[in-house]
Ligand binder design. Structure first.
Ligand code: SAM
Ligand code: SF4
Length: 330
């Protein structure tokens, strides 16, 4: 089957799938306390998600990352993984999951059994009160237990931390030392203007350029060539021996190599993290039993893929896009 290639010659090899908009945390930069979630009928079923993932694998996607919302709260999530697993070593190189870790203690072994070998766990503080403030739920002990269980199950772990000027900036070096001390890669993420939340984002925005400059005053940071087709840049922290990534989505510096598209839990395909342009796949999926029309829509969607995105820090106060990260999948 013909691979999916956009007008700028970039092949789509990575699909990020949000399996639910729901979550058992309410992180302040991501959701409001009183989020209105989608009616269940709007969500793609497990079978529909599998059909779409399979269509993308047939068209050249080699890496699938499941996210949300919180993927581990989606009923049937393991069934989905156990379906998609058949593509491993048959076009698909890996299946990964991004989770908040709250339920990971129960899921670690079944995830491994379903073919997952790497998980990203988001954790913004190792201090119980700070964690509770940021996540609006007192769940740090569960997350730490989840990380331990994932390690025992043989999953490779990467830690994701959103850098927040007021709440965790002072803690970032300790978080890095902790993650690297346990042998985990770590990625710092700049806040992105996605979706309405309760707070003003500008007073929590922390530039990772300044975080990096600061770090370079006490650590030796060696640039690494590793690129993952996404927005992360990596360094090695010589003192800890660990790998540290910086995700600065507001910058343009990764668009030329971007191989990623995102599928929402309602079947909308977003062609770029920072653009509103999307294509609905659910209607076709529900109307047509075979994939001929779906494949044609995927080809058409490629023609809409923008060259790059246009977030601006000045626009942080108002969301650049109205969708939440929990819908599109972070
Ligand atoms: N619930 C899972 C989790 O937290 O890892 C998966 C979904 S979450 C949307 C994926 C990642 O996006 C998390 O690392 C989260 O911290 C990050 N994220 C959410 N909203 C964000 C925002 N507005 N700006 C930057 N990162 C954000
Ligand atoms: Fe939930 Fe992840 Fe959003 Fe936090 S960042 S509210 S854990 S979806």
């Amino acid at each position: 089957m013909k691979p999916l290639v956009d007008p700028f010659g970039r092949a789509i090899t990575y699909l990020r799938v949000s399996v639910t908009d729901r979550c058992d945390l309410r992180c302040i930069y991501c959701m409001s306390e009183r989020m209105r979630f989608l009616p269940r009928a709007e969500l793609l079923t497990i079978e529909e998600l599998d059909r779409l993932c399979s269509a993308f694998v047939r068209r050249g996607v080699r890496r699938l990352r499941f996210t949300g919302g919180e993927p581990l709260v989606r009923r049937g999530f393991l069934d989905l993984l156990n379906l998609v697993k058949r593509h491993l070593n048959a076009g698909l190189d890996e299946i990964t999951v991004t989770t908040n870790g709250v339920q990971l203690a129960d899921f670690a072994e079944p995830l491994f059994a379903a073919g997952v070998r790497r998980v990203n766990v988001s954790i913004d503080s190792l201090d119980r009160d700070t964690f509770k403030h940021i996540a609006r739920r007192d769940c740090l002990p569960q997350v730490l237990a989840g990380i331990d269980a994932a390690e025992r199950a043989g999953l490779k772990i990467k830690i994701n931390t959103v850098a927040l000027k007021r709440d965790n900036a002072h803690e970032i070096p300790d978080l890095i030392k902790w993650a690297h001390g346990r042998g985990f890669d770590m990625t710092l993420i700049e806040t992105m203007p996605l979706g309405e939340i309760d707070e003003d984002r500008t007073d929590q925005f922390l530039s990772l350029t300044s975080v990096r400059e600061d770090m370079a005053s006490y650590w030796r940071l060696t640039d690494l060539p590793d690129r993952t087709g996404g927005p992360a840049r990596y360094v090695r922290v010589e003192e800890t021996g660990g790998r540290l990534g910086f995700i600065t989505p507001l910058s343009h510096n990764f668009c030329e190599a971007c191989s990623r598209v995102r599928l929402t839990c309602t079947g909308k395909l977003y062609l770029c993290l920072g653009h509103e342009t999307s294509v609905d796949l659910r209607e076709t999926l529900r109307a047509e039993a075979n994939d001929t029309r779906l494949d044609a829509i995927l080809d058409d969607a490629m023609t809409l893929r923008p060259k790059g995105h246009d977030f601006q820090v000045e626009r942080l106060r108002t969301p650049a896009t109205v969708r939440h990260m929990s819908v599109t999948g972070g």
